[in-house]
Design a protein around this ligand. Structure first.
Ligand code: AMP
Ligand code: MG
Length: 413
C-alpha cells in the first residue's frame, strides 16, 4: 500500500530533491524573469556629481534672506553640460533637471517659484534652505557597492539597475528543459480529425501553458498509447530532458502502465500518492539528475498538481527563492462541503470588497471540469483536517495566472 503524503510533505520531498541548475550568460534584453547567478556591483558613483532635481535656478541660499529677491543669471546649464562659472552672491544659474550644480551655489529653486523680470535677471518668490532639490553625488549608489545579490529575480526594475551599471551581459541560472508526454488510447491529438469516440488531448496544452507561464518553452512529445513498449520508448525520449511531465496512466487501473514502466527504467520514485483533491494519483521521482512527474489524467487534477509540485520544482531549478504561488486571504461567499482527510483545492473567482477579498466557486468542481478551472482566479485551499466550510469563513487562496491584473485601479485619490 502506498502511503498518502500530505501536500506540504510532498512539496518538501520535491524541493529537497531538486537543486538550482548551472549558470549561463545572457544578453540584458533576454534576461527578464531569469534569476541572477552573480553579485553585481556599481561601476561608478550615481549620480556622478551633485545635480539639480528640478528645472529652475541654482543659487546661494544666503541670498534669500529677503523675498522677493532679484538675482543676475550668469549661465545656462543644461543636462549634459558642465558649468563654467562660479555663482557669487547676488547671482544664479539657470539649471535644468539632471544638470550638474555650479560652484558657489548650494540650493535650487524651481522655476514655478520665480518670475522673469529681464533677459538676464530673475525674481525669486520663495525662500528655501541649502540643499533644496539637489540630488547628491552617489545618493543612488557608490562605486563598488553591491547593488544586486545572486538569487535576485530579474524584473524590469532590476533590468534598469543592470543597465545603470552597464551590465550588457548577465550571468543567470539556466532554465530546465521540460518535456510533456500524454498517455492514453482514448486521446485524440490536436491535429487529428474529430472522432466522437475519442477524448481531445487537452492536458499537453494546459501543461504547456503552465510551463510557459513560468518562462520556459516546453517540448511536447505527443501521445503514447497504453502499451508498455510504446510507453517505454516515449519515457526514454522524455528522460533526455531535465524534467519530464507524464500525464495520465498513473492510477491503479490494469492499463495504467506508467508506474511499472517508469520503475523498469530505474527511476527512484519518491511518492505515488498525495492526500489531495483533486489529484491524488500524483507521482514524483528521479532518474539520475532528471526529474519525472506522473500527473493524473483528469484535466483539473493535472493542472492543480502542476501548481503544487511542478511549479515549485521548476522555480527552484531556475534559481528562484520564491517557489510557491502567492496566497491571499479571502472570505467564502457560500457554504463548501468538505470531508476531512484530504487537502482540497476549490476553483474560485475573487472579488475585491471594502474589507478584503471574497472567493466564490467558479462552478462544478469535478476533476474533469476544465471550464471551472479556465474561469478561476485562484484555488481556495481547504486544509485536510477541516470540516465543511460555512459561508463567511476565511480561506487561503492561491493565485493563478490571470489574477495579477484587475479591471480598475483599486485605489481612490
Ligand atoms: P488516467 O489518469 O489515465 O486514468 O485518466 C483519467 C481521466 O483523464 C480519463 O477520463 C482520461 O480520458 C482523462 N485524460 C487522460 N489524459 C488526458 C489528456 N491528455 N487530456 C484530456 N483528458 C485526459
Ligand atoms: Mg489513461
Amino acid at each position: 500500500m502506498d502511503t498518502y503524503l500530505r501536500v506540504s510533505e510532498a512539496q518538501r520531498v520535491v524541493l529537497e530533491a531538486v537543486a538550482t541548475m548551472g549558470r549561463e550568460q545572457v544578453k540584458l534584453d533576454q534576461s527578464l524573469g531569469r534569476v541572477l547567478a552573480e553579485e553585481v556591483r556599481a561601476n561608478r558613483d550615481q549620480p556622478p556629481y551633485d545635480i539639480s532635481a528640478m528645472d529652475g535656478y541654482a543659487l546661494r541660499s544666503a541670498d534669500l534672506g529677503r523675498i522677493p529677491a532679484i538675482l543676475e543669471i550668469i549661465e545656462d546649464i543644461k543636462a549634459g553640460d558642465l558649468p563654467n562659472k562660479t555663482v557669487a552672491s547676488g547671482q544664479c544659474a539657470r539649471i535644468m533637471t539632471g544638470a550638474p550644480m555650479p560652484q558657489g551655489a548650494d540650493t535650487v529653486i524651481r522655476v514655478e517659484d520665480t518670475e522673469a523680470v529681464a533677459d538676464n535677471c530673475v525674481q525669486i518668490n520663495q525662500a528655501v534652505k541649502a540643499g533644496n532639490d539637489i540630488r547628491r553625488l552617489g545618493e543612488n549608489m557608490r562605486n563598488g557597492d553591491v547593488v544586486l545579490a545572486p538569487g535576485t529575480e530579474i524584473t524590469p526594475g532590476v533590468i534598469g539597475v543592470l543597465a545603470t551599471v552597464k551590465c550588457a551581459q548577465v550571468q543567470v541560472y539556466r532554465r530546465p528543459r521540460v518535456a510533456i508526454l500524454s498517455t492514453g488510447n482514448e486521446l485524440e491529438g490536436l491535429d487529428e480529425p474529430v472522432d466522437p469516440n475519442k477524448i481531445p488531448n487537452s492536458n499537453s496544452y494546459a501543461l504547456m501553458g503552465q510551463v510557459q507561464a513560468l518562462g520556459i518553452e516546453p517540448v511536447l512529445l505527443g501521445i503514447a498509447r497504453d502499451d508498455p513498449a510504446e510507453l517505454a520508448h516515449y519515457l526514454k525520449r522524455g528522460l533526455e530532458y531535465d524534467v519530464l511531465l507524464v500525464s495520465g496512466g498513473t492510477s491503479v487501473g490494469v492499463h495504467d502502465y506508467v508506474r511499472p514502466t517508469i520503475e523498469a527504467l530505474g527511476a527512484q520514485m519518491l511518492f505515488w500518492r498525495v492526500a489531495m483533491k483533486p489529484g491524488h494519483p500524483v507521482a514524483f521521482g528521479k532518474v539520475g539528475e532528471k526529474c519525472i512527474f506522473g500527473l493524473p489524467g483528469n484535466p483539473v487534477s493535472s493542472m492543480v498538481c502542476f501548481e503544487q509540485f511542478v511549479a515549485p520544482a521548476l522555480r527552484r531549478l531556475m534559481g528562484h527563492a520564491r517557489t510557491h504561488r502567492r496566497t491571499l486571504s479571502a472570505r467564502m461567499t457560500h457554504h463548501v462541503k468538505h470531508q476531512p482527510g484530504r487537502t482540497e483545492f476549490i476553483r474560485v473567482s475573487l472579488a475585491k470588497t471594502q474589507d478584503g477579498y471574497t472567493a466564490t466557486s467558479t462552478g462544478p468542481q469535478g476533476s474533469g471540469m476544465l471550464l471551472s478551472m479556465a474561469k478561476a482566479d485562484g484555488l481556495a485551499i481547504l486544509p485536510a483536517e477541516c470540516n465543511n466550510l460555512t459561508e463567511g469563513s476565511m480561506v487561503a487562496v492561491q493565485l493563478l495566472d490571470g489574477a495579477f491584473f484587475q479591471n480598475d485601479s483599486g485605489f481612490r485619490e
